[in-house]
Write a protein that binds this ligand. Structure first.
Ligand SMILES: NC(=O)c1ccc[n+]([C@@H]2O[C@H](COP(=O)([O-])OP(=O)(O)OC[C@H]3O[C@@H](n4cnc5c(N)ncnc54)[C@H](O)[C@@H]3O)[C@@H](O)[C@H]2O)c1
Length: 385
C-alpha cells in the first residue's frame, strides 16, 4: 500500500490496493473526474467503454466523463439507469449484457461504473460475468462508495430472497474518486456515507475516530455536509484516503472475507435486520449501519467487553448523522425474525462484530438472546441513537 500526491492545483492522492487477484490504484482528488480518460489510458489501450450510471449522476457528470474518455481516444457510450436498490437485479444485468453485445464489446472492452454503490455493485457484477470477465473501472460519486463499496471487489445483485446474494469477488482495474462530486450529493446520502467512515474509526483507527469527533461533535451549528464541503474539503479528502488505506489493508489480507474482512460487517448484523424488517424502504444502507453500530456497541457494553464511556462516545458521534428515528410500526419481533434471516449467520449461529475499544473488535457468536432483545428494545424506544 502506498499513497502519493502530485503537486500543484490538481492535488491527487494515490493508494495502491494489493490483492491476490489484482493490484490496482485508487486515485482521489478534487476534479479527478476530469482526468478519468488519462488515468484509464495509462492502464488500458483505447477501446469501447460502456459507462453505466443512474439518472441523477448522469445528469451532473455523464458528459464530463464521456468527454474525458473521448479525449483519450476511447469510444464510450452511456447507459443511464433509473437508479435505486431495485436496479441491483438480474434483469438490469441482463439489459446491460444486451447493450454490451449489441455494441460488439469483447474482452478488450471496459465497463465503467459512474455512481454510488448501487451502480458500482451492478456494473461490477456485469463486468465479472460478461464474457467470463472484462476490466471495469469504478468512478464512485457517493461518500459511501468512495470509502467502501468501490474498493475491494465485492460485486453483486440482489435476489428476491435477500440482498447481494448473487455476486462475485472481482477487483476493479482502477478507481477514481472525485471529491467535488459530493457537492451535489443529497445531505441524507452524505450522512449515510459518513456512517461508513466512522465505522473505520471504530474498527481500526482510533485517531480517525477522534478526528471525526473533533470535526463533527464540535460543529453542531452546521450540518456535516456544510462543515466538510464548505470549510474543510481537504480534510474530508484526507479522511476518505484514510478509509481507503484501511480497506486496502483489510482486503489485501483477506480478499474473500474468510476472516479479517468480516470486521467490515461491524454494525451490519443489526443494521441488516433493520433494513429487512422495514422492507428496505425506510433506511438508507448507511443509516441502518449507523443504528446497527450503536446497537452493537451497546451489546458489547452489556456483555462487559466495552467500556460504557466508549459506547457514549460512539453514540454521540453517530447522533451527528441525524439518522431518522425507528419507524413506529417496527417492533421487536420483526427485528428478531429478520436477524435470523441474516445471510452472515454461520450455520445456526448469529455472528456479531463487536468493539472492545476504539480501533479494536472481536467476533461474537450468538450472544445471549435476552441481551439482544434488550438492545433492540432500547433502540426502538429511542434510547440509543
Ligand atoms: N460492494 C461493497 O463492498 C459494498 C459496500 C457497502 C455498500 N454496498 C452497496 O452499496 C449500495 C448503496 O450505495 P450508495 O449509498 O452509494 O447508494 P446509491 O448508489 O443508490 O446512491 C444514492 C443516491 O445518490 C444519488 N447520487 C449518487 N451520487 C450522486 C452525486 N454525486 N450527486 C447527486 N446524486 C448522487 C444516486 O442517484 C442515488 O439516488 C447498496 O446496494 C449496498 O448494498 C456495497
Amino acid at each position: 500500500m502506498n499513497t502519493s500526491t502530485t503537486a500543484g492545483e490538481k492535488k491527487m492522492y494515490k493508494v495502491k490496493i494489493r490483492t491476490e487477484q489484482k493490484t490496482y490504484p485508487v486515485y482521489l482528488g478534487q476534479k479527478a473526474l476530469d482526468s478519468t480518460g488519462q488515468l484509464i489510458s495509462a492502464i488500458l489501450p483505447p477501446c469501447t467503454a460502456l459507462v453505466v450510471s443512474d439518472k441523477n449522476v448522469a445528469a451532473h457528470y455523464g458528459e464530463k466523463c464521456l468527454k474525458s474518455l473521448r479525449d483519450k481516444s476511447f469510444e464510450p457510450f452511456l447507459e443511464v439507469l433509473e437508479g435505486g436498490e431495485k436496479e441491483k437485479s438480474l434483469s438490469s444485468a441482463a439489459a446491460l449484457y444486451s447493450r454490451a453485445l449489441e455494441a460488439g464489446m469483447d474482452r478488450s472492452s471496459v465497463i465503467i461504473a459512474l455512481g454510488g454503490g448501487v451502480i458500482g455493485d451492478l456494473a461490477g457484477f456485469v463486468a465479472a460475468t460478461y464474457l467470463r470477465g472484462v476490466p471495469y473501472v469504478q468512478l464512485p460519486t457517493t461518500l459511501l462508495a468512495m470509502v467502501d463499496s468501490s474498493v475491494g471487489g465485492k460485486v453483486a445483485v440482489n435476489h428476491p430472497l435477500g440482498k447481494n446474494l448473487i455476486g462475485a469477488f472481482y477487483q476493479p482495474t482502477l478507481v477514481v474518486a472525485d471529491g467535488s462530486t459530493l457537492h451535489t450529493l443529497p445531505e441524507r446520502e452524505f450522512n449515510a456515507g459518513l456512517a461508513e467512515l466512522i465505522k473505520y474509526g471504530i474498527i481500526w483507527d482510533k485517531k480517525l475516530f477522534e478526528r471525526l469527533e473533533l470535526s463533527l461533535s464540535n460543529n453542531k451549528n452546521t450540518t456535516p455536509k456544510k462543515h466538510f464541503l464548505e470549510m474543510n474539503c481537504s480534510r474530508l479528502l484526507k479522511h476518505i484516503v484514510s478509509a481507503v488505506i484501511i480497506k486496502g489493508k483489510i482486503v489485501s489480507q483477506d480478499e474473500r472475507e474468510k476472516d479479517l474482512r468480516r470486521i467490515l460487517n461491524f454494525g451490519h448484523t443489526f443494521g441488516h435486520a433493520l433494513e429487512a424488517g422495514t422492507g428496505f424502504h425506510y433506511y438508507l444502507h448507511g443509516e441502518a449501519v449507523a443504528c446497527g453500530m450503536a446497537m452493537a456497541a451497546r451489546l458489547a457494553a452489556l456483555l462487559g467487553i466495552l467500556d460504557p464511556l466508549f459506547v457514549q462516545r460512539i453514540i454521540a458521534l453517530l447522533k451527528c448523522l441525524h439518522v431518522p428515528p425507528p419507524p413506529l410500526e417496527l417492533n421487536r419481533d420483526t427485528v428478531i425474525e429478520a436477524l435470523f434471516y441474516d445471510k452472515k449467520k454461520e450455520g445456526k449461529e448469529l455472528v456479531f462484530i463487536l468493539p472492545v475499544s476504539l480501533g479494536k473488535t472481536t467476533v461474537c457468536k450468538t450472544p445471549p438472546a435476552p441481551l439482544i432483545e434488550r438492545v433492540i428494545e432500547e433502540y426502538l424506544g429511542g434510547e440509543l441513537i
